[in-house]
Design a protein around this ligand. Structure first.
Ligand code: GLC
Length: 803
C-alpha cells in the first residue's frame, strides 16, 4: 500500500524525507530547538538540531547521566565533539558549542536516531546518534571525509559534564564532592561513579550510592583524556572555546575532588577525499563487568552497524501495524509515523523532552498514552494497565504520579485520576476481547495482598461514586483532568461537570463489562447511577447555551455566561457528546457553540476569554499569562476531543477541519509564527489573547500525540475496535474520493479500502469482505466485520453513500 510521499512540506527550516520517516532540518537556527527524543524504553537521549541535549537511564530526572539545564534560548548544554585541524581552526560536529558557520548543515531527526551532517573547513562530518535496543547506552558514530586536495591532520575532543543522579544538580559544589572518575587504558574508557543518590533508603535520605557506573569510550585508542572541567575549559573559560581544544591536548586529570567531565582526545589523518569513522559510546551500566562487555562489543564497527539496523527494524515493526493512505498527506505522515513515534518514544519510554523534563509516570497520563499500543502491540498496553493497578491504594484512590526507581508518589485529591484505570481497561477490552486481563492479580500501594484487576477497577468506580454533591454532581476536589483547576473544590463542595460526563461514560462502559461477567448487581447499579447522573447534569449543569464547567466551593459557576472571563470551556461540551450525556439536539447545539466561541486558527481553545487576573478560587490555571496553555490557549490534548465529538455527530467537515488545524505539519507552514517542531504535536498553541497568537510550545511531552492518532484513525477514518469486531464507520470530508488503510486486529490483517463515489461525509452503503457482499445499507447500524483467524489477511471494501 505504501506509496511515495510526494509532498515534503518544505519551509525555510526543513522538510520531510521522501518516505516521511525523517525530518530534515537545513539550518541550526530554527526558531526554537527542534529536537528528537530517542529512547529504548530504559536509556534515552534528547538531541536538538544544534547538537545539544542530555542522557538518562530509566528516569530522566532522578537518573540523569549528563548535565543539562533548561534554556531553550541558549540551548547550550550537551554532549559535544570538537574538531580542530592542523591550522588551528576549531569547530564542532553539531553547530553548538563552537557555532562556527558551516558551509552546509543538516540535522535529520529519524525514528530512533538523529544525524547531523555539516561541512566545515573542507571536512564533511556525519554524526549519527542512536540508542541500541535493550542496552543502557548511546552510540555516536562520526564519519569524517576530507573534501579538499590537502592532507588534514585532525584532533577530536569529546566533551560533556557528568550528572549521575538527580537533575538539575543545582548545588554542584555539593554534588561534585561525591563523584569520582577514572581512566582505563585497556578499555579506552573513562568511568564515573557517585557515592550519593537522592533516593531515600531505610538508612535515611542521601545515604545511598548512585547505583551505576557510567562510561564513555571510543572504539579506537584515544591519544589522551581528561575528567576535569577546570583543565578542559580553563579557569573562567567557556565551552565555545575550551583551553584544552585550543592547546590541542588533554591533561589526564581524573579521580575525585574535581568538577567531573569526560573528554577523549583522538588524532587522525585524512588524505584528500579520504573518509574515516570513529565511534563513541556513553552509558550507565549496573557494574564494571557489564560496562566492560558493552565497551568490548562496540569496539567493532560491525556491531555498531548491526545495533543500528536492529533499532530501525524494531521501529519498523512497531510502526507498520497500522498504515493509512488518504488524500491528505499531512495526515498520512502524522498517523503513519510521527504520532506513534512521539507517543511511544517521547511519552511512554522517554517521558521527557525539552519543555518538560519529566521521568515520573502520571497515573492518568501514561494510561492515556498507552492507547497508542492497542493496534500495535496490545500486550504493552496490558503491561501499562497492570503497572498502574499496582499504584492504586486499597480505597480505590491512586497516585497522581509516581517516580520509577524511588517509588515515591504524590497522593492528592485530584478526583479524576483513579478513573483512568477502568477507562484504559475498557479500551483494551474493546481491542482484544481478552477478558482474562480482569483476572490478573495485582497488589495495592498500601496492601501487598493481591486483588483482581476487575476488583481494582470496581474500587476506583466505587470511590468516585462516593464523592458527589447533594445535587448529584461529582465533586472536583483539587482538580480533574484539568490540573490547573487546582483550587475549585478544595473545601469539597465544588463540582466538576466534565467529571460528571466522564463518570457517565465509564458507568455505561463498565455496566457492559460487569454484564459480560454476569455480575448483575454492579451492572444494574451503574446503569441506574448513570441515568441519575445524566439527569443531574442536564438539569443542574446546563447554562442556557452550553454546559458550564464547574462550580466553586461557594457555588459560583465557572465556564458560564455569567462569568466575564472563562465563559465557555471546551471539555464540558466535547465530553457531553463523547459520554452520551447530551441528547442529539443538545449535542449539536454545544458543538455549534464550540465552533462559534472557541474555534480559532489552531483549533478549539480550552476556554475563552482567557483569565487576565488570577483567581484564587479557581487555581493556577488563571495564573498563566492570558492565552497560554490551559488559560485560553489551544490545549492540544483536549482539542483532539473536539475532533472526536464532531465525528460522533457525523460532522465530517468540522471533524476534519479541527484535525487539520491541530496537525503540526499544517501549523508548521508558518514556522516563524508557530516556532515549534512541525513533526510532533505541541502541548499548547497560544490563543487570541496572547500577543504570540499561534505560537506552539511544550512539544513532545503531551498527551495529544496518542489522542490525535486515535481521533484520526478511529473517528475520521472510523476504523474502530469493538467487542464484536472492527467497525468501519468513516466520517470524512465530502471532497475525499476515499482512502485506504491496513490495520492489524486480533492477529489478522485487514486491508481496507473505502470508496466515496457520492462524496458524502459518512454513511456506509455496502461492505464487501474478500469480494463477497457482507452488509448493505448499514447507515446507522454500524456492523462489525468478522473476527478472522490470527495470521490471515483479508480485503475489505467499504462504499459510502446516501440511503
Ligand atoms: C498536563 C498533565 C495532564 C493534565 C493536563 C491538563 O498535561 O500532565 O495530566 O491532564 O496537563 O491540565
Amino acid at each position: 500500500m505504501r506509496r511515495k510521499i510526494l509532498k515534503s512540506f518544505k519551509t525555510k527550516y526543513g522538510y520531510f524525507s521522501k518516505d516521511g520517516k525523517e525530518y530534515i532540518i537545513t539550518t541550526p537556527r530554527t526558531p526554537r530547538p527542534w529536537i528528537n527524543v530517542i529512547s529504548n524504553g530504559d536509556y534515552g537521549i534528547t538531541v536538538s538540531q544544534t547538537g545539544s541535549g542530555y542522557s538518562w537511564r530509566t528516569h530522566a530526572q532522578l537518573n540523569r547521566i549528563t548535565r543539562w539545564e533548561q534554556d531553550l534560548i541558549k540551548d547550550e548544554w550537551g554532549k559535544y565533539i570538537y574538531l580542530r585541524d592542523e591550522k588551528g581552526n576549531v569547530w564542532s560536529a553539531g553547530w553548538k558549542p563552537v557555532c562556527h558557520e558551516p558551509a552546509r548543515y543538516e540535522c535529520r531527526h529519524g525514528i530512533g536516531y538523529s544525524v547531523i551532517e555539516s561541512l566545515n573547513f573542507g571536512v564533511n562530518s556525519t554524526l549519527l546518534m542512536f540508542v541500541p535496543n535493550d542496552e543502557p547506552l548511546e552510540i555516536w558514530k562520526l564519519t569524517l571525509r576530507n573534501q579538499t586536495k590537502k592532507t588534514k591532520q585532525l584532533h577530536l575532543f569529546s566533551f560533556f559534564e557528568w550528572c549521575l543522579g538527580q537533575s538539575p544538580d543545582w548545588h554542584r559544589e555539593f554534588h561534585k564532592s561525591f563523584m569520582e572518575t577514572s581512566y582505563d587504558a585497556k578499555l579506552y574508557a573513562l568511568f564515573a561513579t557517585k557515592r550519593l543518590w537522592e533516593i531515600p533508603t531505610d538508612r535515611g535520605h542521601w545515604n545511598a550510592d548512585w547505583g551505576y557506573i557510567a562510561f564513555h569510550s571510543c572504539h579506537v585508542k584515544p591519544a589522551s583524556y581528561d575528567g576535569d572541567k577546570e583543565t578542559f575549559l580553563g579557569m573562567y573559560g567557556n565551552q565555545r572555546s575550551p583551553e584544552a581544544v585550543r592547546a590541542g591536548k588533554l591533561r589526564k586529570r581524573t579521580g575525585n575532588l574535581l568538577d567531573p567531565i569526560a573528554s577523549l582526545h583522538l588524532t587522525l589523518t585524512l588524505e584528500p577525499q579520504e573518509q574515516k569513522t570513529v565511534c563513541f559510546t556513553l552509558g550507565a551500566a549496573g557494574s564494571k563487568d557489564e560496562a566492560t562487555n558493552h565497551l568490548k562489543k562496540y569496539r567493532s564497527l560491525d556491531e555498531v552497524d548491526a545495533a543500528f539496523d536492529n533499532v530501525r527494524q524494531r521501529w519498523n515493526d512497531l510502526l507498520s501495524t497500522v498504515e493509512i493512505d488518504t488524500p491528505d498527506e499531512a495526515m498520512n505522515l502524522m498517523l503513519n509515523t510521527w504520532l506513534k513515534y512521539q507517543a511511544i518514544s517521547g511519552r511512554l519510554w522517554g517521558r521527557t523532552a525539552y519543555y518538560q523534563t519529566g521521568g515520573a509516570i502520571g497515573f492518568r497520563d501514561q494510561l492515556q498514552d498507552s492507547q497508542i499500543f492497542l493496534p500495535i502491540d496490545s500486550e504493552r498496553t496490558k503491561q501499562q494497565i497492570l503497572l498502574h493497578a499496582r499504584h492504586q491504594f486499597q480505597d480505590g484512590t491512586v497516585y497522581h504520579w509516581w517516580h520509577p526507581l524511588s517509588e515515591l508518589g504524590l497522593h492528592n485529591k485530584v478526583f479524576d485520576n483513579l478513573l483512568w484505570l477502568p477507562f484504559a481497561v475498557t479500551n483494551y477490552l474493546n481491542e482484544t476481547n481478552d477478558f482474562n486481563i480482569l483476572e490478573s492479580r495485582e497488589p495495592f500501594v498500601d496492601d501487598a495482598n493481591m486483588a483482581s484487576l476487575y476488583d481494582h477497577c470496581i474500587r476506583a468506580i466505587t470511590k468516585a461514586l462516593e464523592r458527589f454533591s447533594n445535587r448529584g454532581l461529582p465533586l472536583i476536589g483539587a482538580g480533574d483532568w484539568n490540573d490547573g483547576l487546582s483550587a475549585v473544590g478544595l473545601e469539597m463542595k465544588g463540582e466538576s461537570v466534565w467529571l460528571g460526563h466522564f463518570i457517565h461514560r465509564l458507568l455505561g462502559d463498565f455496566a457492559v463489562i460487569a454484564e459480560k461477567r454476569r455480575d448483575e448487581e454492579p451492572a444494574r447499579m451503574y446503569r441506574e447511577r448513570a441515568q441519575r447522573l445524566n439527569e443531574a447534569i442536564n438539569t443542574h449543569a446546563w447554562d442556557g447555551e452550553w454546559y458550564y464547567r464547574a462550580t466553586k466551593d461557594n457555588g459560583e459557576r465557572i465556564g458560564s455566561q455569567s462569568n466575564l472571563e472563562g465563559k465557555i470551556y471546551l471539555n464540558a461540551q466535547t465530553w457531553a457528546v463523547i459520554a452520551g450525556v447530551a441528547d442529539h439536539a443538545r449535542a449539536e447545539k454545544v458543538m455549534n457553540e464550540v465552533e462559534k466561541n472557541l474555534e480559532y486558527k489552531a483549533g478549539p481553545l480550552l476556554l475563552y476569554p482567557a483569565y487576565k487576573t488570577p483567581d484564587k478560587e479557581i487555581g493556577y490555571l488563571t495564573r498563566y499569562a492570558a492565552g497560554m496553555r490551559e488559560n485560553g490557549g489551544v490545549y492540544t490534548h483536549a482539542a483532539t476531543w473536539a475532533v472526536i465529538a464532531e465525528a460522533m455527530l457525523g460532522r465530517g467537515e468540522a471533524a476534519y477541519r479541527m484535525f487539520s488545524k491541530l496537525n503540526p505539519i499544517n501549523r508548521g507552514r508558518k514556522p516563524d509564527e508557530y516556532v515549534a517542531e512541525p513533526y510532533v504535536t505541541s502541548g499548547n498553541i497560544e490563543g487570541p489573547d496572547s500577543k504570540f497568537y499561534g505560537r506552539g510550545g511544550w512539544t513532545w511531552y503531551t498527551g495529544s500525540a496518542a489522542w490525535l492518532f486515535k481521533a484520526g484513525l478511529e473517528w475520521i477514518l472510523g476504523i474502530r475496535p469493538t467487542y464484536a469486531g472492527l467497525v468501519i464507520d468513516p466520517c470524512i470530508p465530502a471532497a475525499w474520493k476515499g482512502f485506504k488503510a491496513r490495520r492489524h486486529f486480533r492477529g489478522a490483517v485487514y486491508h481496507i479500502e473505502v470508496q466515496n463515489p457520492e462524496r458524502v461525509n459518512c454513511g456506509v452503503k455496502e461492505i464487501l469482505v474478500d469480494g463477497e457482499k457482507y452488509a448493505e445499507n448499514c447507515l446507522s447500524s454500524k456492523p462489525a466485520l468478522p473476527v478472522f483467524e490470527a495470521g490471515s489477511t483479508h480485503q475489505i471494501v467499504v462504499t459510502l453513500g446516501r440511503p
